[in-house]
Design a protein around this ligand. Sequence first.
Ligand SMILES: C[S@@+](CC[C@H](N)C(=O)[O-])C[C@H]1O[C@@H](n2cnc3c(N)ncnc32)[C@H](O)[C@@H]1O
Length: 364
Amino acid sequence: MKLISSACSVVRIPSLYASLYRPICSASLSSSPSSLKPTTPLFLRPPRFSTSISDLHKWHHWAKNLASSVGASFVQLDNGPDSTSLRRELRWLLEDSLEDPSLIYQLGSQNYAMDVRLKAPLDELYVLWRQRIEERRPFQYIVGCEHWRDLVLSVQEGVLIPRPETELIVDLVKDVALASGESKEGLWADLGTGSGAIAIGIGRILGSKGKVIATDLSPVALAVATYNVLRYGLQDMIEVRKGSWFEPLKDVEGKLAGVVSNPPYIPSDDISGLQAEVGQHEPRLALDGGVSGMDDLLHLCNGVLSMLKPGGFFVFETNGEKQCKVLVDYMENNNPGKFFNVNIVSDFAGIQRFVTGFINNKSS
Ligand SMILES: C[S@@+](CC[C@H](N)C(=O)[O-])C[C@H]1O[C@@H](n2cnc3c(N)ncnc32)[C@H](O)[C@@H]1O
């Protein structure tokens, strides 16, 4: 898994994906699965603080120097970010922090007496940038969000930062849903929902009668997913449930039109060698797939047989070619005739990443 840098400001979002700066929904889920209160992303906070442009300039100068001091050392250490990408992140942090991001262009100006309004106190910006460089705290946790498809999702420690390769799962579901009204209006499950990214992506393409159940074991993930679902106004369509894999879905056994999951799939021994931002900061529960990385994938593969209705569709994300092949072999050899149209699908980088398929009619 690579850590992809991006952050939360209109100006850096590709034009294809217009940003959704919707107000946070004031409603709350009556059956909220967690009492944890998620952190509000920096860009959504009110500009309650102020500082002089001169002090902000000093901070920026210090922060740029700290980023430059990194050079290529993180790249050499664990393929981490170089100083160019860190300086880019610094700019994004500034954009998210300022009430008026266009003031960035006045930072070096002589108008030193002018005050600027900030969404975090200047002292906190010093702390945050130190954490970014000295502790390798992921940028997305610093600003509290990640851009994913056309969404801006809240993320924080305890929740996996959704990755760009996972975006394709929504397109794979879209193809199936467009081809079949039954799928479009049916019940779907996103298992191990994390920030709720896939569930929200799918929720936005299903028809008016379509529903998604998003499950996770982590209380932080459940709280953050709930927050994101509310922010996109999808609380009538997406239900967030706590529990391990299929365990919270007993009431819908054999009724699901589709199951999607990006489960933990990193082999346990590989975790210590991951980029520090990932291995030291992202939740182990989201990464560790057991000795071969396949524990959860195989469990999901067995589970869909009873959870999906005949003709139901599944997509599983994997670590790459080897895991895809093991999974397909497992389906063919351990459960002959039960799956059909099983395919390996590559991600945008050309890496074999997903296994997709359908469940045969139970009588076959
Ligand atoms: C790789 S992350 C994927 C998160 C999100 N779906 C995404 O793509 O960004 C795996 C997720 O599975 C969850 N998880 C791990 N073990 C689980 C289990 N036994 N039951 C349900 N969820 C689990 C983790 O908490 C984490 O949110």
